[in-house]
Design a protein around this ligand. Sequence first.
Ligand code: ATP
Length: 357
Amino acid sequence: MIEVTNLNKVYDNGFEALKSVSFNIDKGDLVCLLGPSGCGKSTILNMIAGLLQPTNGDIAFDGKSIVHTEPKDRNIGFVFQNYSLYPHMTVLQNVMFPLSVGNHKVDKKVALATAEKYMKLTKISDIRDKRPGQLSGGQQQRVAITRALVQNPQVLLLDEPLSNLDARLRLSIREEIRRLVKEVGITTIFVTHDQEEALSISDKIILLNDGVVQQDDDPQKLYLEPNNLFVAQFIGNPVINLLPVRISEGKIQSDFFAVPLTEFKQERFKAPLEDGTYVLGIRPEDMMPNAANPLFESVLIDGEAIGRERVLKFDLGEHHFKAIMKIEEHVTKGLPMNFNFKKEKAFIFEESGERVY
Ligand code: ATP
């Protein structure tokens, strides 16, 4: 439904915010644009909405280019980070507003019926006479989404819609947003820098860094098969453990251990590895503390209980490592512990960052 091809944006000051960005979005999908601050997420969203012109490249809806279409004719619902509700209007007036102006103007009775239908769907009927200043952040957000939906847009754009809400509310509202957009069946692009949020609600994630798409995949693939070191570090919490290693004599060697390459899962090697320098990546959940067949030993720095898990911290030389274990298992800070790791789940990256295993 949405096709973005070789999109490029150079701002007036010469800064290249997007470098040949391409991706497709299927009809009815909820897709997250994910990436650190400044990676170009809002730039893409604003170009889809028509608030910014691309320097090069194309954006098409259903096979038709829209880059020269006026924003008001693109049939897009946009929910801004600060919701942009009209403070002097009631909830109902806010929701009905798009149906009283421009392309979407309809008879007042029809507008009221449409507003009521969507307010029921987003569960804000009971606050219809309140003004934005009297609402909680979550309620304001629901009003903003309802106002975007009443125009029956082709595409819904949400720019960091949860960033003004507290952590608990974020959890429940993100599930609500997913339920809602699936119920309406609207193609939705959701911008966030929060990987957990993206992983939990998306059909697909487009992960960006420095204006370049790093991976465009379903959430599970980003976690299990990251394209490169950036993706592996951005996805996952606690963050992946990394260790510079050498490959020689058929072994992965570091200052702390050596593992024959035959212990790794052969079908996961993208190509036979040449001898040289690489980076080994092991997710904390794939470490094996107190392993029956230990590979190395390190002194436990911390064993903090976080939720239902215990997060162990230790160092390998100058490299900080984390491992996860069950909360029921007790550990003693300051004492040496044995570790191994799941070779079938680990990653090996070239120095350039490309994943080769
Ligand atoms: P955030 O999560 O912080 O909102 P983002 O991923 O949405 O970030 P953008 O707002 O798209 O990032 O900005 C991408 C890059 O372009 C940033 O480095 C930003 O400083 C730069 N940029 C944005 N707007 C302009 C502008 N008008 N002129 C020059 N540079 C800009």
